[in-house]
Design a binder for this molecule. Structure first.
Ligand code: KIV
Ligand code: ZN
Length: 508
């Protein structure tokens, strides 16, 4: 059977980054985009260039440096947005795409846009025509398509294709659709829109009812050939369709769909861990495909079955999504060269000082810990990369705590050449440490989330601390790992403080 190709349009860096607390810095965005290229997605939606100078810079840098996928930027149907977007995606050359959107539903027309149908139609057509003058690849999205009158939607799709959109995306903006209706909507577009075969029909499903993947699959069954999705399903509110789930559903059930993607599925697990680490959005253990329990078998009957024949309880092989069991890769006798090579293979590009600091930490860890896993290395590399772009670096930490002791922390931070030391008491060792950091940095952070998770296995595993800190209205997430959880907490918190200080400077 000939399989049709499904295009994977990743919007982790645009819709995904829109979820509260998931903001990424420039370097992190490039790192994620590089991993998306390794995953072999067809399109990376790199940001919304008009939204901020940072967004513009990130889209441009991704268009300049990331090879392979098309690079799209989002724009409203306004000339100033389109021009800014065109400038940002221009370095990608023929791989650049402008994605324009305009709401079409009665609710949005009446309350948000205060426009009639004919005005919406004209604005969309004018914007697509204008965008085509600046970029050969233009996508159009009628926002809130699933709550738009079916006939008007068909009229808009036809006009968008006539105006030059080579992709028309049908967004379920508020996650209102259910699979049988959404499938029928796509089928009806194929019936009603005479020029529909001149464009690729994408779908963009939100997960408010937990149906984003099911709705996307129903759309594919009815003729859609592009899916807009994010790693780990992160995104506005309940998130977007999860890339790893759609890719593995199509692969595992190719017997049912007869469709294929170009995704290199072995990179899924790494992509998931990277996005989780950088956004601070923890992946639930039972999350399909990439959760820690996705391939863990606890029940005796299941374990017995698996040992006799894997397929009794496993419909996918963990290796196919890049879970090979945490592999032991380096030991304390490994030299700098092997260390650097290993990090490069894992996708980390560290500057010489970062590499030196990371190597020192690796040797220290290898002295404390029998087995070094690739997740240990990832944790070290990430920390050091953050440390390098931060303002404050943790130089010394001492805590005293116990049943009859007031928990007290002494912290010394390095800022450039200056060393600043202070001490404070708190409700516990972590509280005392964070309070001391606040005193030194002159900030007042409020912990809104705090979680510890073992990075690998065993009593000597590194503890990874994920936290979210509110500095007034600014919510920033951070992560760090260490065999000492107070130290990991200090490093994660300090990462947030540094980011907060850097964004305050940028705002001035
Ligand atoms: O959810 C949505 O409608 C969007 C559009 C901008 C495509 O994100
Ligand atoms: Zn969306």
């Amino acid at each position: 059977m000939k399989r049709d190709k499904v295009l994977i349009f990743d919007t982790t860096l645009r819709d995904g980054e829109q979820c509260p607390g998931a903001s990424l810095n420039h370097r992190e965005k490039i790192e994620i985009a590089s991993q998306l290229a390794r995953l072999n997605v067809d399109v990376i939606e790199a940001g919304f260039p008009i939204a901020s100078p940072d967004d513009f810079r990130a889209v441009k840098a991704i268009a300049e440096t990331v090879k392979g996928p098309r690079v799209a930027g989002l724009a409203r149907c306004l000339e100033k947005d389109i021009l800014r977007c065109a400038e940002a995606v221009e370095p990608a050359g023929r791989r650049g795409r402008i994605h324009v959107f305009l709401a079409t539903s009665p609710i949005h027309r009446r309350f948000k846009l205060k426009k009639e149908k004919h005005e919406i139609l004209k604005q969309a057509v004018d914007a697509i025509t204008f965008a085509r003058k600046h970029c050969a690849d233009v996508e159009f999205s009628p926002e809130d398509a699933t709550r738009t009158e079916a006939d008007f939607l068909a009229e808009v799709v036809r006009a968008a294709i006539d105006a030059g959109a080579s992709t028309v995306n049908i967004p379920d903006t508020v996650g209102y659709a259910v699979p049988h209706e959404f499938g029928a909507l796509i089928a009806s577009l194929y019936d009603k829109v005479p020029n529909i075969s001149s464009a690729v029909i994408n779908v963009h499903c939100h997960n408010d009812l937990g149906l984003a993947v099911a709705n996307s699959l129903a759309a594919l069954k009815n003729g859609a050939r592009g899916v807009e999705c994010t790693i780990n399903g992160i995104g506005e509110r309940a998130g977007n369709c999860a890339l790893e789930e759609i890719a593995m559903a199509l692969l595992t059930r190719r017997d049912s769909f007869g469709l294929e993607t170009a995704i290199v599925t072995r990179e899924l697990s790494r992509a998931s861990r990277l996005v989780s680490r950088l956004t601070g959005m923890v992946v639930q253990r039972n999350k399909a495909i990439v959760g820690a329990n996705a391939f863990a078998h606890e029940a005796g009957i299941h374990q017995d079955g698996i040992l006799k024949e894997r397929t009794t309880y496993e419909i996918m092989r963990p290796q196919d999504v890049g879970i090979d069991g945490s592999e032991l890769i380096l030991g304390k006798h490994s030299g700098r060269h092997a260390f650097r090579e290993m990090l490069a293979r894992m996708g980390f590009k560290l500057s010489p000082p970062e590499l030196e600091r990371a190597y020192k930490r690796f040797i220290e860890l290898a002295d404390k810990k029998k087995s070094i896993y690739d997740d240990d290395l990832t944790a070290i590399a990430r920390d050091e990369m953050e440390e390098g772009c931060g303002l404050y670096v943790l130089d010394y930490l001492h805590v005293s705590t116990g049943t009859k002791t007031v928990p007290t922390a002494t912290v010394r931070l390095k800022k450039g050449k200056e060393m600043i030391q202070d001490a404070a008491c708190g409700d516990g060792p972590v509280d005392a440490t964070l309070k001391t950091i606040d005193r030194i940095a002159g900030v007042k952070g409020k912990l809104v989330d705090y979680a510890i998770q073992a990075v690998t296995v065993g009593k000597d595993a590194q503890g990874e601390v994920s936290l979210r800190v509110a500095f007034g209205p600014d919510i920033i997430s951070g992560k760090a790992a260490s065999t000492d959880i107070v130290q990991a907490s200090a490093a994660a918190y300090l990462g947030c403080v540094n980011r907060h200080l850097m964004s305050s400077v940028a705002r001035k």
